[in-house]
Design a binder for this molecule. Structure first.
Ligand SMILES: C=CC1=C(C)c2cc3[nH]c(cc4nc(cc5[nH]c(cc1n2)c(C)c5CCC(=O)O)C(CCC(=O)O)=C4C)c(C)c3C=C
Ligand SMILES: [Fe+2]
Length: 475
């Protein structure tokens, strides 16, 4: 299911699924002003009109426009990954330059954040577990969110600290994200689109609230929100967008700021090609590259996110792997591959198959060469540097794998950053103000009794597991 049509759609925000190469190009643009419909099939008019609209009139007009122009895209694999209600007008980088000269453009990079020092680990974990998009309690039990976050963060901190200690005493995420922000700013400048680039971390510094205040102080007039997660998940991009929506709605100035949100970009040619480049290069470091199993390891999410809440993460991940493998095939690389999910936390079921279990299976089956490819995140972080490079490597070697390799995260790879710059430029014309209220996205509306029972049992189970000492180390 696509995020735009799932229960996690965020109405009022013009969210685009960034994928230049696949969008239809025969969409004509209409220009509305004060109730008068002015047919204007050129893009300059579209942008000029929209930037002069007041936010309260733009929302409804734009929603109509979206509904009247359904775009349904089928991927090569036959899955729908862009559905009605999402409208993106594809402008090429050069076409759009003249339209945005008068605007003061901002780009807001969304990321998770990580503890800078070991002392930050527990408060960072508290922020993470206090997020209702990470631990999803029914509204009736939301009062438990903070005490539960306190309890889980204190219990998990020692194990997390060990992990962060083994990678140098803190997360490298802030430094890498700052470098990516700088590289993106330069790439945009090279394309004659000067922009301020801001970093908004969800759970640690620089917090989203800080970035948003800076955007206000800088008097940005058009904003593109770009998550540094290629695929959409309720727990990552969804959570940050929800927070942004709250912050913007509460603020007189920000609620009128035209914003375009790129919800996912795993299907962009630039990203797919950059990933294929990394894999192709790393395969060459093996003695017999054609015998290497390409092992994609994605961060997992609890299975209920996908099954009950309509998180498109799993579908997008599978689509993403398909596209990367197609790209490799086109280059004559036809290796076996496998996708598994890592980093599960707590007692609930997460997306399967689990990375650790698959590694053992593959080793036992006689796979001798394995190339691990982290695929849900574009920076090195604790789960690549510690979990994959240390834990999973050791497990694979113990299980019979002899040759182990790992593809680095994309980081500031220039083809990748250039493509992100194009994604920003393409999204700019679709910026509209965030004014509408959030539709309640949890299952409460659909089956309130079933939902309450499930969540009550879930919370009860979580408590039991947390206070039961023998099970503590699974948290
Ligand atoms: C696409 C990426 C990610 C998804 C999806 C995701 C979901 C998710 N994560 C947790 C719990 C934890 N995540 C932690 C660290 C962490 N998570 C991601 C990315 C995704 N998380 C990253 C990049 C990082 C690392 C940040 C860094 O410091 O480098 C942690 C803390 C580390 C640890 O203790 O293991 C926790 C906890 C849940 C519960 C969840 C989905 C519901
Ligand atoms: Fe995580």
């Amino acid at each position: 299911m696509d995020a735009a049509t799932s229960s996690y759609a965020l109405p009022g925000i013009n969210i685009s699924n960034s994928k230049t190469s696949k969008l239809r190009h025969d969409v004509s643009v209409l220009c509305f002003q004060r109730g008068i419909q002015v047919p204007a099939c050129n893009r300059t008019c579209e942008i000029t009109c929209r930037s002069s609209w007041s936010s309260d009139t733009t929302g409804s007009t734009f929603q109509n426009l979206q509904l009247r122009m359904p775009i349904q895209e089928k991927s090569l694999a036959g899955k729908t990954f862009c559905s009605a209600g999402v409208w993106t007008h594809p402008l090429s980088a050069t076409e759009s330059h003249s339209h945005i000269e008068e605007d003061k453009v901002g780009v807001l990079l969304l990321n998770l954040g990580g503890p800078d020092t070991l002392n930050d680990v527990q408060p960072f974990l508290y922020n993470l577990f206090a997020d209702p998009d990470i631990i999803r309690l029914p509204r009736l039990f939301r009062f438990l969110q903070q005490p539960l976050a306190q309890l889980i963060s204190v219990l998990r901190a020692p194990k997390s600290k060990e992990g962060y200690a083994s990678i140098g005493g803190g997360s490298p995420l802030r430094k890498i994200t700052d470098e990516q922000a700088d590289a993106l700013r330069m790439a945009l400048e090279a394309k004659k689109v000067p922009a301020n680039v801001y970093v908004a971390m969800r759970y640690w510094h620089p917090f989203t609230e800080e970035a948003v205040q800076q955007i206000k102080r800088d008097r940005i007039t058009k904003l593109v929100v770009l998550p540094l997660y290629p695929q959409f998940s309720i727990s990552t991009t969804g959570s940050s967008i929800r927070l942004l929506q709250t912050l913007f709605r509460e603020d007189k100035i920000l609620s009128r700021l035209p914003v375009a949100i790129i919800q996912s970009w795993y299907q962009r040619q630039g990203y797919v090609k950059s990933m294929a480049d990394l894999i192709e290069k790393e395969l060459q470091s093996f003695g017999s590259p054609e015998e290497v199993m390409i092992f994609f390891s994605a961060h997992g999410v609890p299975v209920t996110y996908v099954r009950d809440a309509g998180d498109p993460y799993k579908d997008q991940m599978e689509e993403c792997i398909y596209l990367i493998m197609q790209e490799l095939k086109a280059r004559g690389i036809d290796n076996d591959h496998k996708l598994a999910y890592q980093s599960r936390v707590g007692p609930v079921q997460w997306l399967k198959p689990y990375t650790d279990e698959v590694l053992v299976e593959l080793g036992k089956k006689g796979v001798k060469s394995l190339l691990a490819v982290p695929v849900s995140f574009v920076s090195e972080h604790i789960e690549t540097l510690e979990e994959i490079d240390m834990e999973y490597k050791e497990l694979a070697l113990e299980s019979g794998v002899v040759n182990w390799g790992r593809v680095p995260a994309l980081g500031c790879t220039s083809t990748f950053i250039t493509d992100l710059a194009d994604a920003v430029i393409e999204a700019l014309p679709s910026a509209t103000a965030i004014t509408m209220s959030t539709r309640d996205g949890d299952g409460l509306n659909q089956d309130p009794i079933g939902y309450a029972i499930k969540m009550l049992l879930g919370s009860f189970l979580a408590f039991i597991l947390l206070v039961f000492p023998a099970l503590k180390n699974r948290v």
